[in-house]
Design a protein around this ligand. Structure first.
Ligand code: PHE
Length: 344
């Protein structure tokens, strides 16, 4: 091929391309011209480039130089067409480099954590049974966590190995056990005391929150978990009422006609005391403890045990949630693995 013909083809192509880009007034026509002139597969630039091979070897340096010049001209025309489009788009005018023709990005909705969902459901169920919600602090003193709950100084429940004591005013955590010890509460029964100290009977409350015990984490233990505490204080409250409330609660939450079983037990703050089992899917499962509020506890908060009676219960929230949803390892609830959490 003649060098002159090759060069004039290039010139013609450059002229056409400049014209096309110059008159392109929207993104689609710029794109169309881009494909036509500089498209990697079938663009006209590409086919001219191939014709280089047909030039005499001595003409190739000049032909190549011309080819590069024309490439640059076309690229310039393309760039300025794009710049012109961008400048006229309202998004760019506002300072946003946004291409409104791109498909949208899907917004992933977050999920309420399964334990928080469970807590909300428990509040609803107990609300329908007439229980209001009370709250108490997670950092407690030994009065509310032990003394007022009839747990004496030498009781094993106060062992530093079973509690998260906090060091107070320069003293070590262990020294602090005796008098004004502070600790992360080991049970929500603390809230019973706080409520009874501040209001006279009758009382009908639940309290839902975190409790802490230095247990090694495994499939059924975690150093932090949640309890639902219930307290009903009035004249003539009975064990039969305790049983009905727990049975109605279980039937509502677990969704079928759940049977309930009390096994004799011991808690310093209730007398008598029981462990509470629910019969669910053919298995008896322990969900917590309960009993009639001990007269010593009623006296500690200034009530007259001759006049006032009460029932109390404490259930494990994780256990309820795990049974209902078929979760087998409590650690799954606290690993923050989105693949797990997305299922709720
Ligand atoms: N506080 C007890 C526990 O943590 C449960 C309980 C609450 C028992 C109320 C009786 C009454 O194991």
């Amino acid at each position: 091929m003649e060098l002159a013909a090759f060069v004039s083809n290039l010139e013609r192509l450059a002229g056409e391309a400049e014209q096309a880009f110059g008159s392109a007034h929207d993104a689609a026509s710029v794109e169309q011209a881009r494909v036509q002139y500089v498209g990697a597969r079938s663009g006209q630039m590409k086919s001219l480039q191939k014709e280089m091979g047909a030039l005499a070897p001595s003409d190739r340096p000049i032909g190549g130089k011309k080819l590069n010049e024309v490439k640059d001209r076309i690229q310039l025309a393309l760039d300025s067409a794009q710049a012109r489009l961008n400048a006229s788009s309202p998004a760019v005018a506002k300072g946003l480099l946004l291409d409104p023709t791109l498909p949208g990005r899907r917004i992933r909705l977050g999920h309420v954590h399964p334990i928080t969902q469970t807590i909300d459901q428990l509040k609803q169920i107990m609300g329908r049974l007439g229980f209001g919600v009370a709250e108490g602090p997670e950092v407690e003193d030994s009065w509310h966590n032990f003394v007022a709950l009839n747990i004496p100084q030498d009781h094993p429940a106060r062992d530093p190995l079973d509690n998260f004591y906090l060091s107070v005013a320069g003293r070590s955590a262990i020294d602090g056990v005796s008098e004004n010890a502070r600790l992360l509460r080991s049970q929500t029964s603390t809230v019973q005391i706080r409520v009874m100290e501040s209001v006279p009977p009758p009382i009908r409350i639940i309290s839902l929150g975190r409790v802490y015990r230095p247990d090694e984490a495994d499939a059924t233990h975690f150093p932090m978990f949640h309890q639902m505490e219930g307290l009903w204080i009035d004249q003539n409250v009975t064990m039969a009422q305790l049983r009905s409330i727990l049975r109605m609660f279980a039937t509502n939450y677990l969704g079928s006609d759940v049977s309930i079983r009390f096994r004799p037990s011991f808690f310093p703050f209730t007398e008598p005391s029981v462990e509470v089992d629910f019969l669910w899917n053919g298995n008896w499962i322990e969900f917590g403890g309960a009993g009639m509020v001990d007269p010593n506890v009623l006296s500690a908060v200034g009530y007259d045990p001759e006049q006032i009676t009460g029932l109390a219960f404490g259930l494990g929230v994780e256990r309820l949630c795990m049974r209902r949803h078929g979760v087998h390892d409590i650690r799954d609830l606290y690993r923050n693995d989105l693949r797990f959490l997305h299922q709720f």
